[in-house]
Each structure stands twice: as C-alpha cells, then as structure tokens.
Design a protein around this ligand. Structure first.
Ligand SMILES: Cc1cc2nc3c(=O)[nH]c(=O)nc-3n(C[C@H](O)[C@H](O)[C@H](O)COP(=O)(O)OP(=O)(O)OC[C@H]3O[C@@H](n4cnc5c(N)ncnc54)[C@H](O)[C@@H]3O)c2cc1C
Length: 425
C-alpha cells in the first residue's frame, strides 16, 4: 500500500543500532538533516518533495527477545507490528494495539502515539511500551522507559522522529488467540447526525464487553453528474449517513464461518478493483469500496477485524485531503464533535473547498493521555478520538483558509480541554 518515495537526496538502511549511530554522526558532520521512516516511505496526497536524506529502519526488523514470564517482547524499531503479532500468536499472545494496516512499524507507531478500534480498552500504542533504546541527534545511544528517565521517555514518544531515532522497544503483550477469537458485529445505522453523535457518546462512555468499536459518518457535497453533451448536469443531492459498530465476542456456527469466507473474498476483490481504478472514472468503485468498510461483516476473527480497513480502504482513500484528529474529554465529546463538524461544513458551504467530509470516532482510555492532560493543567480523564477527513477539490486549499481552519480547531481544543492528535512533523 505504500507508494515509493522518489524525491529524497540519499537513503540509509541501517541494520543495527551501531549503523544508526554512524548514520546520524555522518549526516551531522555533513550538516545534512535526516528524515526517519519506519518502513517504505509513503507519499501522501499532500506531501511535498523532501530534500532531506532518508533513513529507513526497514532492515532493523527482528524480534530480539520474547519474555514469556513477563509477557513482554523486545523488537527492533523497524519490525512491523503485524509480523510481531504473528510471531506472538504462536505463543498464545498478541499486541493489544496494532493500528489499521499491516505496514506500521513499532518505531513509527511509537513516534505518532498510535490508536486503534481497541483503544477504549487498551489506550494507545504508547501505553504498551515498557522501555526503549534510541540514538539522539548527536549520535549518542540512550535508554528510557516507564520507570526510568521518564521525562526523556515522554519527550521521545509521539515526537515524530525529532527527538532522536528509536532503535529498539520492549512492549507489553496480552494473552489472546487472534485467529480463534471470533467477533460478532452489532451495527447501528443513522441518517441523522445528532442521533449518530449521541449514540457514539453513549457507546464510548459505556462500551460494555465490546472488543472493538468504531463510528463513521460520511457527508457528501451534492453529487453532480453530467448528462450527454449539451444537456447540462443533474444534481443527485447530498448523501449523509453514519454507522456505529461494536464488535463482541461470539462462538461462530458453521454457516456464519461460511458467510465470513464469502464476505472477506468479496471485500478483497473490491479492494483489488478499487486499487486499479484511478481518476474520475474510478470514483464509483472507490466509493463502493469505502462503503464496504462501513458495513462490517456480521462475524469475523479479531485479526481480520483489526485489519478490515486495510483490505479495501487504503485504495479508496487516495487523493488530497485535510485530516485532523482531536481527543475530546468524554464530558465534552458531543460539543467538540458538533463544533468540528460545523467548522468543516461551514467552510465547505462558504468556499466549496471540500467535497466529502467524513469522520471516524472511538473511545480512548489512555494512561499516557491522562498524564499528558495533567501535565498541561487539564483534567486527567478518558477521551473520545474524533478524526475528520475532508476531501479537497482539485485546487489546493488556499493558505488563508487553512489558517482559519487551524485557528478554529485550536479554539475548539482550548475551550473544550481537548488535545489535538498530531506528531511533531
Ligand atoms: C500524526 C499521525 C498519527 C497517526 N496515527 C495513527 C493511528 O493512531 N492509527 C493508525 O492506524 N495510523 C495512524 N497514522 C497513520 C500511519 O499508520 C502511522 O503514521 C504509522 O505510524 C506509520 O508507520 P510507519 O512505521 O510506516 O512510520 P512512518 O510513516 O515511516 O513514520 C511515522 C512518523 O514516525 C517517525 N518515525 C518512524 N520511525 C521512527 C523511529 N524508528 N524513530 C523515530 N521516529 C520514527 C517518522 O519520522 C514519522 O514522523 C498516523 C499518522 C500520523 C501522521
């Protein structure tokens, strides 16, 4: 799913921590700045050419130690979470938070924070890190963790690679068999935004036994289609709908297993077709692929459910977009959701800069986030993550509009004790 990056000045592929030290010292001596990548650099819709030298940790991908007594695993930072999780599976263990696609590396996820549809139970990926080894910007090796050099630990986590390069991490695991844990989806659908937000708030506050949870809302601008030449355009109207999915443990019957097989084959085919379709002509297929993700299958395994979005949505989400994530304290969740929605739809109405506005949301009970909040003088409470993705019309978002939007988001966060989800990039 990653697109090769074509524009960097040089690429380093260290194999171990000593290589990373040499790379950092080398580039410091040449006054060359480094861009760190976990695996293959991906080219985002809004990415600009980067002239920094690239250091990719994709060859530092080993599992170094599995401590069954402590239930921890030590890995090199370039190891993909999906690979670590498979290795753990052989011992009846797993990672509680893995992100939504298979290419995410341990160091990359630690550097952004890491949330998932299991975050209402397990918090962020950062919460699972016991300790880590890093190379600082002067090329010195250091270690820090939950119980030692905690200030340094907090500076490196979520820093987007600016506070040094993470080279190895020790992670907590949980006892779980992801291939034999079957989940049943309880899906509620909404045509009305207010009811969707109220429902999401209730589920985030009281998730019950849900193993995974996620809410999605999609709101299109009026769809216009061209008639044959000369007969004008037809307006189809606005599509607005939402779905809340909670996935609970279940024991599958034989017929439900068979349905799961058919469903997962259909989604994979749709994903392959969506990947191959580009431009305007491919739009209906990509929209259908996005729709398939909304309609989570009735029964599936935990491993399938964790990567459901990866099956189809990566291809359907192409194209330039403005994205933002906000952690809202549960008490202010509905107000933050309404205000963000009004901000984006107001801009779309006034300027026409966005086409589809979509939101994704779930609960986050994170030790790390509570301590971050306390450190900023905010209440140490649980949060709901609200992410908005606003598809841009082909002409880029003018910088003064972008400034207005950023100011609007900052004001919402300040007045609602909410935190913006961002790396230091
Ligand atoms: C702010 C942000 C938050 C995201 N949150 C999520 C999320 O919660 N859930 C999800 O599924 N996806 C998330 N994504 C999308 C993407 O899946 C993550 O960025 C994921 O971490 C990518 O993994 P990667 O290993 O390819 O890292 P990259 O994309 O290569 O790097 C991600 C960031 O981490 C830095 N970095 C990478 N490796 C290291 C290292 N070893 N040491 C120090 N810095 C390093 C990079 O410089 C970059 O800033 C997020 C993206 C961003 C930008």
């Amino acid at each position: 799913m990653s697109t090769p990056h074509t524009v960097s000045a040089a690429a380093y592929l260290p194999r171990d921590t000593a290589d990373v030290v040499r790379t950092v010292r080398d580039s410091r001596d040449r006054s060359q700045s480094l861009a760190v990548h976990g695996g293959e650099p991906a080219l985002d819709g809004l990415a600009v050419p980067d002239q920094r030298a690239v250091v990719s940790l994709r060859r530092m991908n080993s599992v170094l130690d599995l401590n069954l007594g402590r239930g921890t695993v030590r890995v090199q930072a370039g190891a993909r979470l999906s690979d670590i999780d498979r290795r753990l599976g052989a011992h009846g263990l797993g990672l509680p938070i893995v992100g939504d696609h298979r290419d995410i590396t341990a160091g990359g996820f630690a550097s952004v924070g890491g949330v998932s549809t299991a975050s209402h139970r397990y918090g962020m990926f950062i919460d699972q890190i016991v300790d880590l080894e890093y190379v600082d910007t002067d090329g010195r090796i250091g270690t820090c963790g939950r119980h030692h050099h905690t200030e340094r630990f907090h500076r490196i986590l979520g820093a987007g690679g600016r506070a040094g390069i993470i080279t190895a991490l020790t992670l907590d695991t949980i006892e779980i068999d992801k291939d034999r844990t079957w989940l049943s989806t309880q899906a509620d659908r909404f045509l009305d935004f207010d009811t969707f937000v109220e429902h999401a708030h209730a589920e985030i506050t009281r998730p019950g036994a849900a193993v995974l949870q996620v809410g999605r809302w999609v709101d299109t601008a009026p769809l216009k289609v061209s008639r044959p030449v000369g007969t004008g355009r037809v307006q189809l109207g606005t599509v607005r709908f939402g779905q809340w999915s909670s996935l609970y443990p279940t024991s599958p019957t034989r017929s439900l297993r068979a349905r799961r097989e058919v469903g997962s084959r259909a989604r994979k085919s749709l994903g392959a077709i969506a990947s191959a379709s580009s431009g305007k002509a491919g739009m209906p297929v990509r929209n259908a692929a996005a729709g398939a993700v909304m309609f989570t299958p009735k029964v599936l395994t935990l491993r399938d459910a964790e990567y459901l979005a990866d099956t189809v949505i990566s291809s359907s989400e192409r194209g330039p977009a403005y994205r933002v994530g906000v952690f809202a304290p549960t008490a202010n969740y509905t107000s933050v959701f309404y205000r963000l929605h009004d901000l984006f739809s107001g801009h779309r109405e006034r300027t026409g800069c966005f086409t589809v506005i979509s939101a994704m949301t779930y609960g986050v009970r994170s030790r790390y986030l509570r301590s971050e909040s306390a450190g900023r003088g905010l209440p140490a409470v649980d949060h709901g993550l609200i992410t908005f993705t606003c598809r841009l019309r082909p002409s880029a978002l003018p910088s003064e509009q972008l400034r207005d939007i950023v100011t609007g988001i900052d004001e919402i966060c300040r007045s609602e004790n909410a935190l913006r989800y961002e790396s230091a990039d």
